[in-house]
Design a binder for this molecule. Structure first.
Ligand code: SAM
Length: 271
């Protein structure tokens, strides 16, 4: 099939295979080729790139990715889509669909295998919004040597992750490996069914490996965001807390979001 991303082709495929979009899997299919061109425009992909796509759905984005990339590997959780995807993506010979929950994929092994053949690896997706954070976290903390991620997420999430003033464990994790940028806002009208919220394209470039122990410290530090760093750490480090903070030159009255990434890295190393 050619140009899956139209309202007509989407309706045709859904009807032919007795399919419907399910909220359970965060299914909002893209029905606008322009937005797909724009998503791909945010990526550096070429024939030396293998793209990992999370959730091909009916194949709208996957199809266009296959024209630009050397190879596309898609992970789809919804096995109802097997026959439909055979028809919609049957002509894309450099594309493989694996029916597996992306959250269970051994990303490091997968990327190591890909790297035997392809110079670059990018993750591109119109993400299922119900697991946005889990997916971002999985990719960030894995040691997989991907170049970058280019994903459709809720606009609010993209804004939070790219506004330097709003800190969360995820923003520190992103800072640890590289940086995030807000590529563009996306209207509800390019999806079927249209989601209730606005969307945006978020890009994350990976420049360094992740510091694995950082995650534990961040989770403890942000247990209660409104409390001071000392109060949160006390639950784990008890009476040693003030001494630890002093050794790391961190003011014990600071709130967790007032610490810099370097403060957290010093804490991680000290502990
Ligand atoms: N890429 C298609 C498009 O843009 O039209 C579909 C995007 S839709 C927002 C999200 C897709 O992710 C759906 O196909 C859904 O079934 C799939 N999905 C949901 N959870 C998943 C998971 N844990 N692993 C892999 N795919 C998942």
């Amino acid at each position: 099939m050619k140009d899956i991303a139209t309202k007509k082709n989407t309706e045709y495929l859904l009807q032919k295979y007795g399919m419907y979009a399910t909220k359970k899997f965060g299914q909002n299919f893209l029905i606008d080729k322009n937005i797909i061109t724009k998503i791909i425009g945010t990526t550096p992909i070429n024939k030396e790139t293998c793209v990992i796509e999370i959730g091909p759905g009916l194949g709208a984005l996957s199809e266009q990715l296959s024209y630009h990339a050397g190879k596309v590997i898609c992970f789809e959780i919804d096995t109802r889509l097997k026959e439909l995807l055979k028809e919609s993506l049957g002509d894309c010979k450099n594309l493989e669909v694996i029916f597996q929950d992306f959250l269970t994929v051994d990303l490091e092994t997968l990327v190591n295998d890909i790297k035997k053949e392809y110079k670059h690896v990018c993750i591109v997706a119109n993400l299922p919004y119900y697991i946005t954070s889990e997916i971002l976290e999985k990719v960030i903390i894995s040691n997989a040597s991907i170049d970058s991620m280019h994903v459709m997420v809720q606009k609010e999430v993209a804004l939070k992750l790219t506004d330097g003033r709003l800190k969360s464990p995820l923003t520190y994790m992103i800072d640890c490996i590289g940086h995030a940028s807000y590529a563009m806002s996306v209207s509800k009208n390019v999806f079927m069914p249209a989601p209730h919220i606005e969307s945006a394209i978020l890009c994350i470039t990976k420049e360094r490996d992740y510091n694995e122990i950082l995650t534990d410290i961040l989770k403890i530090a942000f247990t209660q965001k409104r409390k001071t760093i000392a109060n949160n750490l006390k639950k784990v480090f008890q009476e040693r807390t003030n001494e630890i903070l002093e050794e790391c030159h961190i003011n014990n009255k600071s709130r967790p979001e007032e610490l810099s990434l370097d403060d957290y890295i010093r804490l991680t190393k000290y502990l």
